[in-house]
Design a protein around this ligand. Structure first.
Ligand code: 4GS
Length: 255
């Protein structure tokens, strides 16, 4: 998968992604990252990429031209219709489902804003998706872009090893993760829940699901509601009735 990032701070992106699991994924050729410096595309002789907003108001705006030309420099090297994600608090809130969906793409272009914002006209021309990482204001879109790259990359087959499998992650099943324990068996007087030492995998699984459900109910009631709608508790088995009268009557009773 190819990530192309349009930014005024390319070093921030490349430094951030060149570590740990993502660095390994890049070495293996599973993901590839290109940070395009928007400033390289300004036609202004002083290298300016920002200007005052029409109508007044605080702060500066990123101008349309350098962003458009930076995007055009990528356009010819990616399939037509490649999605352009603008990182902005005005966007749809990023979640695990979006990460999985975006991991199906072969190329993604991420646009990072700075200052007070970006001239609306260039957004209208190139942006396909507006994405927010949460309801707070940052100084730039670089950290949000890195969040998207990280969450999408780990959904790509082979990026995580088997022991880092995403199947048991929080949210993969719509629930928060159960509590986990490693050695030693007792630490600061706290013992590992005995069921985890029992070797009974069915019991361990049942305990973990129960813990996940309880945590989700307490901490994220809206996720819990959604999960319960998707996984309605099985109704208690009704005793089989003896055959009386016509079959049609019997069938209707079961509706
Ligand atoms: C976010 C956010 C953000 C907004 C960029 C002010 C600079 C800044 N981007 N999710 N201008 N939250 N962007 O705060 O994505």
């Amino acid at each position: 998968m190819y990530f192309h990032v349009l930014t005024l701070f390319p070093d921030m992106i490349t430094q951030g992604v060149h570590t740990s699991i993502l660095a390994r994924a890049m070495e293996r050729g599973l993901i590839s990252l290109e940070a395009v410096n928007i400033r390289d595309y300004t036609l202004n002789k002083h290298g300016r990429v920002d200007d005052y907003p029409y109508g007044g108001g605080a702060g500066m705006l990123m101008q349309a031209q350098p962003i458009y030309d930076a995007w055009a420099s990528i356009r010819d090297r990616v399939p037509e219709g490649t999605r352009v994600l603008h990182m902005t608090p005005q966007g749809r809130t990023f979640d695990q489902k979006m990460a999985q969906e975006l991991a199906q793409e072969e190329h993604l272009i991420l646009l990072c804003g700075h200052y007070e914002g970006i001239d609306e006209r260039v957004l209208e021309e190139i942006v396909t998706d507006e994405i927010s990482v949460g309801d707070y204001v940052l100084t730039g879109g670089e950290l949000p872009a890195m969040i998207v790259i990280d969450a999408v990359s780990r959904m790509i087959p082979g990026v995580l090893s088997n022991t880092e499998s995403p199947e048991t992650d929080s949210f993969m099943n719509g629930l928060l993760e159960y509590p986990q324990y490693s050695r030693p068996e007792e630490w600061h007087g706290k013992k590992v829940p005995p069921i985890l030492l029992s070797g009974d995998h069915a019991k361990v699984d049942a305990w973990r699901l129960e813990q996940s459900l309880e945590r989700t109910r307490q901490r994220r009631p809206e996720l819990y509601e959604a999960y319960m709608l998707e996984h309605p508790p099985k109704p208690p088995k009704r005793r089989r009735r003896r055959h009386t009268g016509s079959g049609a009557e019997e069938a209707r009773e079961d509706v």
